[in-house]
Design a protein around this ligand. Sequence first.
Ligand SMILES: Nc1ncnc2c1ncn2[C@@H]1O[C@H](COP(=O)(O)OP(=O)(O)OP(=O)(O)O)[C@@H](O)[C@H]1O
Ligand SMILES: [Mg+2]
Length: 259
Amino acid sequence: MMATAIVSESSPSRSGSIVELDNVTKEYQQGSLRVQALRGLSFQVEPGEFAAICGPSGSGKTTALNLIGALDQPTSGRVMLEGRDLSTMSRRELSHIRRDRIGFVFQAYNLLPVLTAYENAELVLALQGVDLDERRRRVMKLLADVGLEGMESRRPSELSGGQQQRVAIARAIAADPAVVLADEPTANVDSETACRLLDIMEKLNVDHGVTFIFSTHDPQVFERARRVIRVVDGRIESDVRQAGSAPSPAPSGDTGPTK
Ligand SMILES: Nc1ncnc2c1ncn2[C@@H]1O[C@H](COP(=O)(O)OP(=O)(O)OP(=O)(O)O)[C@@H](O)[C@H]1O
Ligand SMILES: [Mg+2]
């Protein structure tokens, strides 16, 4: 089986961290110009963390998330996911990791416009070959968890920005990933909607142990993280654990994602 092959080819985890960056640099070539996006980034994220990467525009947040999500490769240094060095993996292994172990939430939602909310949330499970009944059970519960009950058959164009981002969150956690990477998940919504999205993420984190790493430059958002990694000019300026805000009250029915 694929998973066995992946584990046997990788170095063992030293720390039990889900994510580990070790002196990671990233350079982009822009014509004759070299852009140093990351200049030696090192940090670890443990299971169950609710961590924000914050910093000004251009500081390297998206670059860091892309490297953790195996969407891009570092120029130097090492990125480990669940103890496995991503640079040692084949393209096929990486695509399995992206599908099975990482949930992605992007600023621009990235939902497929022709699919309904239900179908978007279901996609990864379908790709994994999870059977139809199980898929239905999980996805209906998840969509209810993120407050979209009754909107399952709407297409993204028939949903508000905040509702679309909730679909994206449901999609990201549907396959029970090791970590959800969210790049500016609240950037395109108003502050009240941002607050509600944070409530949902926080609840998934607190009640169901979903690990989140999200980027933001919005203080209203990073103040709610329990850890704030501040990146400036491709380097960590500070890495502070703070008391998280109290988890918000459970929505009616106290439902959570189905494992
Ligand atoms: N594909 C690319 N080619 C060239 N330069 C790039 C590329 N992607 C990012 N950069 C540069 O790398 C630096 C870091 O970019 P990055 O997108 O990681 O910043 P960010 O912190 O996510 O910013 P924002 O808050 O605006 O999203 C910037 O100087 C950016 O211009
Ligand atoms: Mg960015």
